[in-house]
Design a protein around this ligand. Sequence first.
Ligand SMILES: Cc1cc2nc3c(=O)[nH]c(=O)nc-3n(C[C@H](O)[C@H](O)[C@H](O)COP(=O)(O)O)c2cc1C
Length: 334
Amino acid sequence: MNRVTSILGIKYPLVQGPMSWLTDAKFVAAVSNAGGLGILGPNAGQHTVTTSADETAQRMREQIKQVQQLTDQPFAVTLIVAGGSTSIFTQKILAVVIAEHVPVVLLNSLGGVDSAAYGVDPATMATLKAHGIKTVVRSLQPSLKDAQAVEAQGADIYVATGFDEGGTMPGGELGAFAIMPLIADAVQLPVLLAGGIGDARTVQAAFALGAEGVFVGSRLIPTVENPAADNVKQLIVDSTAEDLALFRTQPDYYRSLPTKLREQLIENDRTLPAAQAKLANAKLMGGTSGMRLGMLAGDFEHGYVSVGTGISMVHAIQPVQAVVDELMQGYPQA
Ligand SMILES: Cc1cc2nc3c(=O)[nH]c(=O)nc-3n(C[C@H](O)[C@H](O)[C@H](O)COP(=O)(O)O)c2cc1C
């Protein structure tokens, strides 16, 4: 037991990162049943985009109900809360979270872009606290001041994200080894490390750097229960961090394994001034549609495959339980 397991009511201090399109009810329940905390992310369980806030909330309600059928363990839902405001999408999902008694929420905030962006929307935090819902905060741009602001707001857990991660990467460009002790030394609340967790050694390194748990995304994609396409899972198994290429996009950077689309993204980054490259690449990536095509549908022509640098340690497609057990081998001794 440590502070993370007792706050969240879970066996292992391992939290699964939300991944757009790739964190559906079946997968999330598998993580929670394995002893970690599963989190439903954006577009959970979907294959199509909706621009309706009502439909988005209804889709999330169905996913929550499915998780509840598949596990009696705690799980979480992601809410996007940037600075001092929330969107109608966030408000509607929050209402569903309360109505369906979801025990934990992952708050996605902007973080240290500027002082106005530190911390999370105070009204959302107050509502969650009033309903006894635990809060894990992960900022797009983690920083010392953001962590302190989040702590002052009464969050339960903060996530320090290193540049090693998959998905949208922090513009601060600090690797996991730099960001983790920086934040852990500045706050009292428990901090999880996100970015580059690939095996038991990296979990133990996270603990050595001051983390009280790990926040894991890419390592959990090549699993039996993850909805990613089979060719994506195999590509991850067959690749190492050396196969990843970094390119600019909005807000800062992404990286991808080789695909046809990636060639264009790299070319833009190489040939255009930074601001133009960001715009051109964000357009090419089409919001999260490049991720849906590349990772959910396995279309290596029109999509990309975004993962973190921890993939060098992945050697097989395994059940979630086996991966979680392997990662947590050193716990509680760690
Ligand atoms: C394919 C992919 C999609 C992601 N999508 C999201 C997302 O929609 N929202 C979010 O907050 N984080 C997202 N992330 C970040 C993860 O939640 C997590 O922070 C990250 O994967 C941790 O680094 P790792 O991949 O090295 O384990 C995504 C990551 C990946 C790999």
